[in-house]
Design a protein around this ligand. Sequence first.
Ligand SMILES: Nc1nc2c(c(=O)[nH]1)N[C@H]1C(S)=C(S)[C@@H](COP(=O)(O)OP(=O)(O)OC[C@H]3O[C@@H](n4cnc5c(=O)[nH]c(N)nc54)[C@H](O)[C@@H]3O)O[C@H]1N2
Ligand SMILES: Nc1nc2c(c(=O)[nH]1)N[C@H]1C(S)=C(S)[C@@H](COP(=O)(O)OP(=O)(O)OC[C@H]3O[C@@H](n4cnc5c(=O)[nH]c(N)nc54)[C@H](O)[C@@H]3O)O[C@H]1N2
Ligand SMILES: [Mo]
Length: 774
Amino acid sequence: MAKCPRKINDELYRDEWQWQEGDLTVTRNTQWSGPGCHNGCGVLHYTDKDGKLVKIEGDPKSPMFNGRLCMRCLAVPEAENHPNRIYHPMRRDPKDRGKDKWEEIGWDEAYDAIASEVKRVSAEYGAKAIFTMVGTGRNAGWQAHALCNSIFDSPNVGFGFLSGESCYVPRIAAMAMMGGAIQVMDCAQVLEQGYDDPEYVVPEICLIWANNPIVSNADGFLGHWVVDLMKMGMKLIVVDPRMSWLGAQAEMQLMLRPGTDAALALGFMNVIINEDLYDHEFVEKWTYGFDELKERVRDYPVDKVAEITGVPVEKIVAAARRYATAKPATVQWGLKLDQQTDGMGATQALQCLWAITGNVDVPGGNIIVNTGYIQNDARRLVVKHVTDVDERFGNDLFPLRKMGVTEMSSTDILIEALETGKPYPVKMLYLQSTNCLANMAADPQRCMKGMLTCDTIVVSDYYMTPTAAATADIFLPLAMSTERVGCRGWYNPLRTINKIHETEARSDEQIIIDLGKRVNPEATPWNTPEEFWEDVMTHLETIKVPEDFSYKKLQEDMYFWQPTAYRKYEKGLLRSDGEEGFNTPTGLFELKSTMLEAAGLDPLPYYKEPDPSPVSNPEYAAEYPLICTTGRRSWEFFHSEHRNLRSMREFHRWPRVEMTQEVADRYGIKEGDWVLIENAQGSAREVCVINPKMAPDTICAEHGWWFPEQEAHSSNPFGVFDVNINQLVPMCKEGPSGFGAPYTTQMCRISKCEDFDPEYPSDVPYDNVAHFSL
Ligand SMILES: Nc1nc2c(c(=O)[nH]1)N[C@H]1C(S)=C(S)[C@@H](COP(=O)(O)OP(=O)(O)OC[C@H]3O[C@@H](n4cnc5c(=O)[nH]c(N)nc54)[C@H](O)[C@@H]3O)O[C@H]1N2
Ligand SMILES: Nc1nc2c(c(=O)[nH]1)N[C@H]1C(S)=C(S)[C@@H](COP(=O)(O)OP(=O)(O)OC[C@H]3O[C@@H](n4cnc5c(=O)[nH]c(N)nc54)[C@H](O)[C@@H]3O)O[C@H]1N2
Ligand SMILES: [Mo]
């Protein structure tokens, strides 16, 4: 079958990084902030003579994306020029939190106020009493570590109350321990020639597990690569409790009960090992702990797994055989594995699955990506060492944290520290790129109360958010994409953001440099982010570059590809000692993890019933009989962003909860009705949409909702507590490893919500057709 082109060498398109088209300047660029996402797609920014962004297009010469762009990116001009953007720093007296009592101040005044609080809190309580919160990987990830560890000199940087660090951290931790590095589905994305690379092989089967890449494009992975490969003959098996576009295209979809993934993956391995479908050569030469794994999978015979998961025996057997006999086969997995208390067990199981079938680091399998994350070089340049690392929240309780498996501080411990002052008090919060009360935080009202105990809260963002309105004392306005520079490798090629014009708003990097000058000048000898990035290029450890390499050159060339190889374990390319093998304590791919064992955790994949679940807590389930999985992504929004864009709300006005017709009928609900979703902890309201097929007694509710069109300064800022689904999710129910949390396995009941009918400006068209996000 013909391969899709990846690189476009068409003479039709221009090559320069900047040119003039009539009155407009066109700048070739990449876009991952802001509003943000994970990806960094190639774009063309069209700006007028004042630097105003008037149009954006996909860059046809972008080697990974070929000009493809999502609807959110097409709306970037609307976001940049939005009337609600804030350009000046603002201050409010802490006693007026929640009130509209902001005073506009200059940058110097804002910096001085923050610097003096950093010094005061450090002197009175120690720098560890300053906690920096960060959101997901947009253009603010390493920057939060730099700010916290180096400028504030505190060990405590963590997610914005994301319980159990339950986004990618559990999967990354398990991959680091078992395979020694991150592994991803091979879509030829790391190869400069793309699909045309002679070594590349199209996977025969792709197992899409707990992920909807077409919509989510998570962690540097473009969902359309899956479609490219389908066009080249790849078939799909989808493991997801709800019907999606990919599920509808799949050979098989296994609609499991949410949270039972580990049991299903162990069931697959039971079939594969019993039927001798595993890769003997790879297992014998390159893995550790196969006999113990074999023993473990005996506990998961298919009939038992069928009972746990709700997936029929025949389907489990057929899917396991199909995956194991396809060569190569690949797994594209996702977030919902992290969002289970014991999701680590599932993550371990899936890695064992791709290892015993011989799909590690082979063309078209799951490749190891151990290079190119330049953000780590950037961080290293600012953070030379971390003070009081042993006192980082969670390091004493969770051995994996102490071993350095993550550098994130535990926010489950943070909430307790805010409430009790133990293990030590936290007095200052700096929020960089998280609107936690609308989105990241489980039990957001509890988290808000905790936040309000702090002396000082700084929020840096583009617009007023529920979190800033309710809690901030100082607001720092952020520069958006055309107004800042940046650099990213996730994982190939390296690419830049090119600044086109300046506004009063500043970038995260500029803020770090400016604050550094006031608090810890030695840490930030640079004056501008451009100077900083030039310096990073001379201190690269993750990438090998030619002698004449520079940031400026990269900006003009746009992309830099690093060479890579398959089967790196055979070539001595994974370990620092240059020996062959994997970068693990045994040098082998550890099916049984020695690090997990050393941490006193189950070294083998395991399944534990979610709590609560119909099995673990039937009394609770009698009152709250439906399983509520949350957060599946939609085209229009990135987390809590984009709710203020009228073009997005034209397509997707209200939060949507998916259910089958059968469930809706059972509760007297019709498509388009507002539904009250509640459990013993809290409630949220969303509009019913019918998904034709879902696992029994399961609903799927959206996350991240607030209404920018409503009042900011009230006890319910922007209506967030009417609609935030995380009010049903508890904090402090993280897994035994310290990772994983039950965002996707809550139990609930639903009813038609008669007394809720929010308004939206009537001039914005809306077809009012509720439809589920494929
Ligand atoms: N447009 C958009 N894109 C995004 C984001 C966004 O907010 N908007 N967020 C970004 C971030 S930070 C992340 S982490 C990624 C996440 O992106 P994904 O990994 O794709 O995660 P979700 O879309 O939440 O869920 C994926 C699928 O898992 C299914 N699912 C739900 N519960 C379970 C379960 O228990 N088991 C299994 N097997 N499947 C289940 C859902 O039905 C859904 O179809 O997306 C990123 N991309
Ligand atoms: N129920 C439920 N809850 C979930 C999820 C789920 O699936 N279900 N998903 C969870 C996951 S996986 C994640 S990763 C979190 C994500 O949570 P967050 O990453 O906290 O996402 P947002 O709430 O959108 O907050 C990000 C804020 O940062 C601002 N911003 C954007 N770019 C930048 C930048 O470059 N610099 C700065 N300083 N600010 C910027 C945006 O305007 C926005 O207000 O949500 C989690 N919440
Ligand atoms: Mo995430």
